[in-house]
Design a protein around this ligand. Structure first.
Ligand code: AMP
Ligand code: ZN
Length: 115
């Protein structure tokens, strides 16, 4: 069995609150939300970072953004003040889970530049 937390969630070995699922991606509620809305969009195929996805597999990122769009629309995030997408990659970014995930944050005013 994979030791990856998000692979375990995808395989239903660890529970999570799924808000969206299709053949290629899931979107779950973050367990430690940093905004009133905080979801994680996760491709089902395991890659640590976006730059490690080979050209022949790029379709999984397109499908991941399709999943994000579905959630943005179903939760009306645009009309609720907009949203922020964040992908952490590597040590300096603070990436804690080594499986690609896009944070979807919304519901409050956000600072720029990010911390
Ligand atoms: P990152 O720091 O970009 O790797 O983000 C990892 C995210 O995963 C953090 O926001 C955590 O709160 C979240 N997280 C960790 N464990 C779980 C879990 N079991 N279910 C949902 N989200 C989780
Ligand atoms: Zn994984």
């Amino acid at each position: 069995m994979s030791e990856c937390l998000f692979c375990k969630i995808i395989e239903n070995k660890i529970p999570a609150q799924k808000v969206y699922e299709d053949d290629s991606s899931i979107v779950i509620k973050d367990i430690n939300p940093q905004a009133p809305v905080h979801y994680l969009a996760i491709p089902k195929k395991h890659y640590v970072s976006v730059h490690l996805v080979p050209p022949a597999e790029m379709d999984l990122l397109s499908k991941l953004f399709h999943a994000i769009n579905q959630v943005v629309k179903s939760e009306s995030l645009e009309s609720r003040g907009g949203y922020r997408l964040v992908i952490n990659s590597g040590e300096n970014s603070g990436q804690a889970v080594a499986h690609i995930h896009v944070h979807i944050l919304a519901g409050r005013k956000m600072d720029w530049p990010p911390g």
